[in-house]
Design a protein. Structure first.
Length: 214
């Protein structure tokens, strides 16, 4: 069994045992906010690929490139110099839990688009993390009010466990589309599947369509 197979198996095992540990469940009858197949939790369970990169703020950077007019690399000071955007959204994990009313703060993807200026033929975005995780989305899915690069959760700096210093949040997709420990954002004219997408997860990942697997 290679490293990728072990990581996939570990996540599958976590999902099977998801009703234990820190994942405390709460239920509300008639809750139409909850996507099909999901249950509500009060805490924020931790999932990753078996490693949590430790990235000092003075060493963190984000490279934005590919099919753009203005490629850019932000360091931590640059990131904080961008307009800071606040949003509240729900979080839906493919392993069947959801958490309501998360307060995020960071840089909106809409602002990132004004900075990088994708070329007319750019239709897709690939995200790469400091742990070499990747995931993909259509550009139109990223150009949405709730999509952001967040550095804070519920008023506190985002912890390493949950993808700090900066992670992606994409509220209208399952959470694996929101890459932790974000390192690179690449625009392209073609779609390139990411880590879980090539392992059988849905390429589109719509929670309200129960769209978990390809």
């Amino acid at each position: 069994m290679d490293q990728n197979d072990r990581l996939t198996k570990a996540k599958e095992n976590w999902a099977k045992a998801r009703r234990g540990g820190e994942e405390r469940e709460v239920f509300y009858e008639g809750d139409d906010r909850l996507p099909p197949g999901q249950h509500l939790v009060e805490t924020w369970p931790v999932l990753d690929l078996g490693q949590k990169p430790d990235i000092p703020l003075n060493e963190w950077s984000l490279t934005i490139g590919g099919a753009v007019s203005s490629p850019v690399t932000w360091n931590w000071t640059d990131f904080l110099a961008q307009p800071q955007f606040k949003d509240v959204s729900d979080f839906h994990c493919v392993t069947s839990w959801s958490r309501y009313d998360n307060e995020w703060e960071g840089v909106s993807f809409k602002h990132l688009l004004t900075v990088a200026q994708p070329l007319p033929f750019a239709k897709f975005v690939l995200f790469k993390s400091y742990d070499d995780y990747t995931t993909n989305l259509p550009l139109e899915a990223c150009n949405d009010e709730g999509v952001l690069l967040t550095s804070k959760w519920n008023g506190r700096p985002l912890t390493k466990d949950h993808g700090g210093p900066v992670r992606m949040i994409v509220p209208k997709r399952y959470a694996w589309k929101g890459a932790k420990w974000i390192k690179e954002i690449t625009f392209s004219e073609r779609d390139e599947k990411g880590f879980w997408e090539v392992r059988g997860y849905s390429n589109s990942a719509f929670p309200w369509k129960n769209d978990r697997y390809g």
